[in-house]
Design a binder for this molecule. Sequence first.
Ligand SMILES: Cc1cc2nc3c(=O)[nH]c(=O)nc-3n(C[C@H](O)[C@H](O)[C@H](O)COP(=O)(O)OP(=O)(O)OC[C@H]3O[C@@H](n4cnc5c(N)ncnc54)[C@H](O)[C@@H]3O)c2cc1C
Ligand code: FES
Length: 561
Amino acid sequence: MKDSDIRFAKFLVLVNAGVPGVLLTWDAFHHTLGANPVNFAILTTGMLALVFLILTLIVTPLRKITGWNWLIFSRRTFGLYAFFYAFAHFSIFFALDRSFSFSSTLTEMVKRKYLIIGSIGLLAMVPLAVTSTNAMIKRLGAKRWHALHRLTYVAAICGVIHYYMQVKADVRQPLAFAGALTILLGYRMVAAKKNAASAQPAGGPIKKIWSGSLRVARIIRQTPDVQTFRFASPSGGPMPFQHQPGQYLVISPVINGKKVNRPYTISSSPTQPDYCEITVKREEMGLVSRHLHDTLREGDTINIAAPTGRFIFDGTQAKSVVLIAGGVGITPLMAIARYLTDKGWQGDIYFAYSTKTPDDIIYRKELDDLKARFPNLHVHVTLSRADMDWMGHKGRVTAEFLTKCIPELPKRLVYICGPEAMMAMTVQVLKELGVPAEQIKLEEFVAAKRVELDTEPGKVCAPIPAGGVAAPEGGEPKLTFSRSAKAVALTPDKSLLEIAEDAGVNIDFECRSGICGRCKTRLLGGCVTMETQDALDDGDRAKNLILMCQAHASEHVTVEA
Ligand SMILES: Cc1cc2nc3c(=O)[nH]c(=O)nc-3n(C[C@H](O)[C@H](O)[C@H](O)COP(=O)(O)OP(=O)(O)OC[C@H]3O[C@@H](n4cnc5c(N)ncnc54)[C@H](O)[C@@H]3O)c2cc1C
Ligand code: FES
């Protein structure tokens, strides 16, 4: 579908969705709503709210089944109309049935439970309506926005129950809504299961991570505030680990006497066996990035754990790929582009890069060289603060920029990495252009929580007896896995994650450095110490979650695994 067709279809949906409301208002003014106009208006607006909620939920499955990706544009309009009609439904009830009386409305709600359920549905729609703008998507970030918008199901379920309980005799219509909703929910659950399965990295589950020290072989300036650090084995020879394109490593420099962990993408290609590189932007107040730029010198050694991460593209996942980068977020995408070109991969690689000025273009010369040598690599740079001499694209990553640079976008697999706001906006744009959500892979450079340099390794104990399990008295210290009903000997120099792996208990993990939070597990009994707790927030601590990759114990402990 062309842009102009999409705009016209958007306009048609917007106008037509309002028609029932206009007709209802017209009939109300002309007193043609029948014997009980208030009831009629309440019923009609309620029904419209449900219809539009179901339409909102139908868009994604319909797109996937038919391949009509342009349908995505209608979802927001349907959602807003659902809220509008639900609000009108309640307002008519409150104003005309209850004569604006709060006490009468509340008394009625206490008497008729379906009114409470309907109100919960309406309340669930408020955050959906408030956060429906692009600015809110940008503010919340794509992940949180999508999680919040699952409330649409809550609103729809409440709406259907409300309708069913309210209907006195003929329940066929509420049952029809319930049937449609059940099918949609079923579809969602199956799709979520499939997505979880496809989230596995190209090379299967992540393998154990190597850790040790590497020598800084070279430091290369890329832009005024970005440098590349090349690491090599201190004894020479091949690197002690192998990575996949797009993965990251965790460096652990000691700053002011305290070890600090930070993840950095391995920007070099896995085809380079003798070194690996990271490319780091110096953050004005950043602890580690400033340390790397200002203190680390060629010849120094640094502690590294590698490789990890699931943001991988090695050419086996699709026949073509779109790489969209913002600022220093170019690093994993550059690793992918370097790998694919080194391997002589035949697919089309569309590389769209957005940064501020010509001086901020990281890997500029190399990108130009690769572009000249590989006709299947299509590089497009857009600058948000371009100067007069810049002849390329100007502005941010917009629908116009993407459609100009990348043909048949909805068919392709897209990898994005950049600042949070840029990624959220790009995801929204891609969805509006018809790219299905499961074809979009994201890498977020989330900053670790600021470490307090003078803190000791954290000791965490399970509350006993409230929610906790009393540790057995005496005997050899044991680690008990409550769900797996297993108990194994504790080895204090191994992390609980390592002990779980030895015992064959499955615990998810990624970074093994206390950063990603994948190994969070509930501590039910005993005490552990954790050197790093970066991935835990106050909510996690309140739930007694610990990081299995960081936790060590010397006395009996029980975890929920
Ligand atoms: C998977 C992954 C891959 C990554 N890959 C890369 C990469 O390839 N290249 C790269 O450059 N980064 C990358 N990052 C980000 C990197 O890990 C760090 O988060 C980043 O370098 C900042 O770390 P820092 O210690 O310098 O800043 P921190 O000290 O952690 O501070 C974080 C932010 O807060 C600001 N800040 C801190 N203290 C203050 C203060 N008192 N007042 C105001 N502002 C403050 C800093 O300026 C900084 O912007 C990656 C992150 C992840 C999760
Ligand atoms: S595996 Fe990442 S925090 Fe434990």
